[in-house]
Design a protein around this ligand. Structure first.
Ligand code: DX5
Ligand code: ZN
Length: 225
């Protein structure tokens, strides 16, 4: 299982210290939400924050681009130290060139899907991706409640992965806490983004270990990309 604290829920005045805290927690990934104020009604942080974080988090930087024009952002985020880049299937006919571009930059390829979008929209991209990011809240803000109706999408993604022999990780993002993480693991998720339920805890390491233990007890295991 992979636990990915989301920096969006960290102390914005202490990004370096918060990234170091996440590193000490043993979290396999650190999730970085990039918001442009167009694709989502919020603005978060850019490549320079990733560059700061890169010096303090030694494992996988999982960059989630909630942006209308990721084409112009891929290279700056790669140069800043990103390990994986995720774009949204809601970008429609621009998705394929974006996935190819991320691959050509030598990074892990992620595709995200919003709650209202039908899971069938991602099917044709599955052979090309390393991570399928199933949003369990409408993107833009941390601290929102988990949307139960997204769980069948996790189950469908797990069925397709098994039936067609794909290797993508199934990542869930939004309202993930110990309870919803267990539910998502049971449905087939193996990678858990969590902001409020992890970063706000005084002992992040204990919270990460607890979520990993709970999810491992519920679901399968996949090698970490
Ligand atoms: C929402 C972001 C999520 C968010 C998760 O648009 O994509 O990664 O930071 O935060 P919580 O865990 O608080 O819902
Ligand atoms: Zn995210």
């Amino acid at each position: 299982m992979v636990i990915a604290p989301s920096l969006l829920a960290s102390d914005f005045g202490r990004f370096a210290a918060e990234a170091a805290r996440a590193d000490r927690s043993g979290a396999e990934w650190l999730h970085l939400d990039i918001m442009d104020g167009h694709f989502v009604p919020n603005i978060s942080f850019g490549p320079e924050v990733v560059r700061v974080v890169r010096d303090h988090f030694t494992r996988f930087l999982d960059v989630h681009l909630m942006c209308d024009q990721p084409e112009i952002l891929l290279e700056p985020f790669v140069q800043a130290g990103s390990d994986g880049l995720t774009v949204h299937v809601e970008l429609h006919d621009r998705v394929t060139p974006l996935l190819w571009k991320i691959r050509s930059l030598g990074k892990k390829v992620g595709l995200a899907i919003n709650p209202p979008t039908n899971i069938s929209e991602v099917k044709k991209y599955l052979p090309q991706i390393d991570v399928l990011l199933i949003m369990t809240v409408n993107p833009g803000f941390g601290g929102q409640p988990f949307i139960e109706e997204c769980v069948p999408k996790i189950q469908q993604a797990a069925i397709w992965r098994r039936q067609e022999g794909h290797r993508y990780r199934i990542e869930v993002d939004g309202g993930i806490n110990d309870t919803t993480a267990k539910e998502c693991a049971r449905a087939g998720a193996d990678t858990f983004v969590s902001g409020t339920a992890l970063f706000k805890k005084p002992n992040l390491g204990a919270a990460v270990r607890r979520m990993r233990k709970l999810t491992a007890a519920e679901g399968g295991h996949l090698p970490i990309p």
